[in-house]
Design a protein around this ligand. Structure first.
Ligand SMILES: *Cc1c(COP(=O)(O)O)cnc(C)c1O
Ligand code: SF4
Length: 405
């Protein structure tokens, strides 16, 4: 006999599920209608290209869109908009793969893909710092950043497949592409050899997967020769902006030098489509562990349904939600900022409502390079005047503002 209380409870839970359930149905219906083919066809025509070229990552990189004339030819944008973009690009360059551009559904500031790659004049009205995380003072050797006892990052290049407008390393993006010198790479690897307590190495950039297979293989080979290094992670947004990058040779390299963990950055459900899923599947099928590190971004994912769906879709496609970062006060990114209060309100609703496996940890990256701190609801309750002191992993207190920067 099933008791009445259980049935009542079940009905309550079904009711709670309803809102998000309907949102999803509606989302997928809309998506089916657009099919996302529109802009891809347009771009193929524009470049007079074939599907085969489209699927070649070198073609995608060589046909990055980075001129207002091109946007105008493709989307017929106003003179005013062109002038705006031209004034921003003098300070922060922009560039986007045809693939990622094709994910835009409406070419305007309300589209989550547009927001992430098309410059906005708002980037220029910013008095924030270039490097609030103080990466420069955490650089003991070569291209190494060390903030923790057992792990480091090595910054291999400042190249990216598309430049994100919200990038926390915007200061590095405004220059020309460069890959680190061999001597800097050597200094970085020597540092690892001399510090056997370091067992986890995170290759970052820019985006290390913009580098050639040959180069990636040589770096992995050298790292694997250092026996104290147990874990190799790669931070790459190519799964999102250039999924064609995951070619057979790269997969073979990862198999040979594995286990490899790749952390990527999906920020919106629209980014999870056939092409990106295919790339993720190839990696997961070959033993690469996939994680996701989103950034909480105003206009992109600062609402509950979007965030919940994003993380459900990631999990379903074998990409484990790992972190969601609170946006930093990096110069030129003010327009993406949300308050910690807003972030916690949205984030906290995930717990209980969706699978625990689909919930990333909400992270505040502390000023001064003291590392990551996880944010939670209790912080709202413990605050006074919207201010709260929180502890770094070392027990150092820092003060954060919950309502504004
Ligand atoms: C984020 C980060 C890491 C990795 O931290 P996890 O919490 O282990 O993912 C390592 N080094 C630096 C400098 C970092 O910023
Ligand atoms: S891929 Fe990463 S490093 Fe490159 S622009 Fe985007 S956020 Fe910045």
């Amino acid at each position: 006999m099933i008791d009445n209380e259980s049935l009542k409870r079940s009905e309550i839970l079904t009711n709670i599920a309803q809102d998000f359930f309907e949102y999803k149905q509606n989302y997928f219906e809309q998506r089916k209608k657009r099919k996302n083919e529109g802009f891809k066809k347009k771009l193929l025509n524009y470049f007079d290209a074939t599907d085969t070229l489209w699927n070649d990552w070198h073609w995608q990189i060589n046909h990055q869109i980075n001129k207002t004339e091109q946007l105008n030819e493709l989307f017929d944008i106003s003179m005013e908009k062109q002038h705006e973009i031209q004034s921003v690009e003098k300070k922060y360059r922009w560039s986007v793969t045809p693939y990622y551009l094709s994910l835009i559904t409406d070419f305007n500031e309300f589209d989550p893909i547009y927001l992430q790659v098309i410059p906005q004049i708002l980037e220029m009205n910013s008095n924030w710092e270039e490097d609030p995380m103080n990466e420069i003072n955490n650089n003991p050797a070569g291209a190494v950043t060390r903030r923790y006892p057992d792990r480091v990052t090595i910054n291999l290049t400042n190249k990216c497949a598309s430049f994100c407008r919200h990038c926390q390393r915007k200061r590095n993006i405004g220059e020309v592409d460069h890959c680190i010198d061999n001597s800097i790479l050597k200094d970085s690897l020597d540092y690892l050899s001399k510090h056997p307590e370091i067992r986890d190495v995170l290759l970052t950039g820019g985006d290390p997967l913009t580098l050639s297979n040959q180069y990636i293989e040589s770096v992995l080979k050298e790292i694997r020769e250092i026996k104290s290094v147990e874990i190799v992670r790669i931070g790459s947004r190519t799964l999102v902006t250039l999924p064609q990058r995951i070619d057979q040779t790269l997969i073979k390299i990862f198999k040979k030098y594995g286990p490899i963990y790749i952390n990527t950055q999906f920020n919106h459900p629209n980014e999870i489509c056939n092409e990106s899923i295919l790339a993720c599947n190839k990696l997961a099928d070959n033993g690469v562990m996939l994680g996701n590190q989103s950034v909480f971004l105003k206009g992109v994912n600062n609402n509950y349904n979007t965030l919940a769906l994003l993380n459900e879709l990631l999990l379903k496609n074998r990409i484990r939600p790992y972190y969601i970062f609170h946006p930093k006060n990096v110069k030129g990114t003010n327009h993406f900022y949300i308050s910690i209060e807003e972030g916690i309100d949205i984030y906290d609703k995930l717990r209980g409502n969706i699978s625990g496996l689909a919930i990333p940890t909400y992270i505040f990256n502390s000023h001064g390079g003291y590392g990551k701190i996880s944010l939670n609801k209790q912080m709202l309750e413990l605050s006074t005047n919207k201010k709260i002191k929180i502890q770094t992993w070392e027990g150092k207190y820092i003060e954060i503002y919950l309502d504004a920067m």
